[in-house]
Design a protein around this ligand. Structure first.
Ligand code: CUA
Length: 164
């Protein structure tokens, strides 16, 4: 009797099972990404515009930051972040309003987070971050800077008052 000199490839059945499961999962992930990106239009957040942080406060919407009413229940608000405040730091809208926030920074990186909501954006000098939210419940919503931006970081906050 002679033994076969060629090496044989032995894959344990369990190992084979896990390899197949891994490949199946990767295919599912790729399909999910393709469907969400191309069919449902879900994209990673991107800046909605670019500005010059040195001159952003001199002309355009950020020269006069604040609330603009578009329709009875639709608002836009332009907010200029800087060390260590939001301008404006307080806005008021009636309950049921949908507010689109446009925020940029004229100095360093900040963030714009509204407590109790999903609104949480990185504010990078040079680009405008945009996110909308519908405020159904009356009350006060605190805006905080959640990105360390220097000694006054903890004092950087504002609020949204949602009136009944
Ligand atoms: Cu701005 Cu922390």
């Amino acid at each position: 009797m002679t033994t076969d000199p060629r090496p044989t490839l032995h894959i344990d059945p369990y190992e084979r099972g896990w390899i197949i499961a891994t490949i199946v999962l990767l295919v599912i992930f790729a399909v999910a990404i393709t469907i969400s990106g191309f069919a449902m239009g879900i994209q990673v957040p991107a800046p909605s515009g670019r500005v010059n942080p040195q001159t952003v406060g001199q002309s355009g919407q950020f020269a006069t930051p604040g609330l603009r009413q578009l329709t009875p229940d639709k608002y836009e608000v332009y907010i200029l972040a800087q060390i260590w405040r939001f301008d404006p730091s307080e806005i008021a809208v009636p309950a049921g309003s949908t507010v689109t926030f446009f925020v940029t920074s004229k100095d360093v990186q900040h963030s714009f987070s509204i407590e109790g909501t999903n609104v949480n954006m990185q504010i990078v000098p040079g680009q405008i971050s945009r996110l909308g939210h519908r405020f159904d419940t009356p009350g006060e919503y605190r805006i905080v800077c959640a990105e360390y931006c220097g000694t006054g970081h903890a004092a950087m906050y504002g609020k949204i008052i949602v009136t009944p």
